[in-house]
Write a protein that binds this ligand. Structure first.
Ligand code: PHE
Length: 339
């Protein structure tokens, strides 16, 4: 049965519910409690009014009054405990506006990519153009045209990955030399960065998959001194080191050299990193063999050139002092974040 008292109680409950939901501080809840349940509040006032009701209505009003008061007390208690718990969390979360903001994590280039890009940039400034070739190669481009003898050990199935159709995963970037020379007339000045594959057992300095950057320059009257000056300029720019050339052998260059950087750790004095030699091996290079020029249809009487093949992992390991090549392939973020 409804009368003006139960209506007032319902209205008060609804109002309290809205105000409690909006309350952001315990004091607001305390004030609400006083205004409804306190000595001069709504409920004591209603309690007095109830005495004036006709006796048949008084009973129902009394039930509504008691239920309403209990409901209110519960609402107030839960609002208070909610505010208390969130206040204590708030205290630990207090915003300190003087703290620096949190930076979003930014990705970065892999060390091999960084060194590759730096090397490309240096050679481009010296007039080299970037060239590309496939990673799946023919025996012709990877060995035959590069003047590699039939019985050369690098052709062995134990050293090179072959496909059933006779093609292979290139063991070096040198076949890009052949592809460029077969399709262009001199003068030529290119660098060709890319992946190479060899059937090596992985250890601290060997990987089945590694990167090289190949260089090729073809013109009239090219000399070994030209090669040396380009390699010296590269070493200076990349790591501010000296170089030396040592006699070596490659089927596709004559004469052939190996190219060393002075040790970045001891600056040539001798230390464990350079095995006390003062030098670190970086690349193979040499003057393009006349047989190779002939194989691509160039007249060796007119044209000459030099070529080099630099190990990119080797450069990255020296530059960043990495002592195990396998770290470069594990993609451990804790490792990669350091570069
Ligand atoms: N292709 C040779 C290697 O992988 C390096 C090289 C390149 C040597 C060009 C001479 C000229 O070892």
């Amino acid at each position: 049965m409804s009368n003006w008292i139960t209506e007032k109680i319902d209205a008060a409950l609804l109002d309290a519910k809205n105000r409690l939901a909006a309350a952001t501080a315990e004091t607001e809840v305390e004030q609400l409690k006083i205004s409804i349940l306190g000595r001069n509040g709504l409920f004591p006032a209603l309690s007095k009014e109830m005495k004036n009701l006709p006796s048949e209505e008084r009973r129902a009003a009394g039930v509504a009054f008691n239920n309403g008061r209990q409901r209110l007390q519960e609402m107030i208690e839960s609002a208070l405990s909610l505010l208390r718990s969130s206040t204590s969390v708030d205290q630990t979360k207090t915003i300190d506006l003087t703290l620096p903001g949190r930076r979003p994590k930014v990705g970065r280039k892999h060390p091999v990519t960084q060194v590759r890009d730096d090397a490309i940039a240096i050679f481009r400034r010296m007039g080299f153009v970037v060239a590309k070739g496939p990673e799946i190669e023919t025996v012709h481009h990877n060995f035959d045209a590069l003047n590699t003898p039939e019985d050369h050990p690098s052709r062995d199935r134990g050293d090179t990955f072959y496909f059933a159709d006779g093609r292979l995963l290139r063991t070096q970037t040198s076949p890009v030399q052949i592809r460029i020379m077969e399709n262009q007339q001199p003068p030529i000045r290119i660098v060709a960065p890319g992946r190479c594959y060899r059937r090596d057992t992985p250890d601290a300095t060997h990987s089945m998959n590694f990167h090289q950057i190949e260089g090729l320059y073809i013109n009239k009257n090219v000399s070994l001194a030209d090669l040396k000056s380009v390699l010296q300029a590269f070493a200076r720019e990349l790591m501010n080191v000296d170089i030396r050339l040592r006699p070596h052998f490659f089927p596709f260059t004559e004469p052939s050299v190996e190219y060393d950087f002075s040790c970045v750790m001891c600056r040539g004095k001798g230390c464990p990193v350079c095995k006390h030699s003062g030098w670190l091996e970086i690349a193979g290079a040499g003057m393009v063999d006349p047989n190779v020029l002939q194989n691509v249809g160039y007249d060796p009487e007119i044209w000459s050139g030099y070529a080099f093949g630099i190990g990119i992992e080797r450069l990255a390991m020296i530059r960043y002092r990495i002592n195990d090549i396998r770290l470069l392939y594990e993609n451990d973020v804790r490792f990669l974040e350091q570069f």
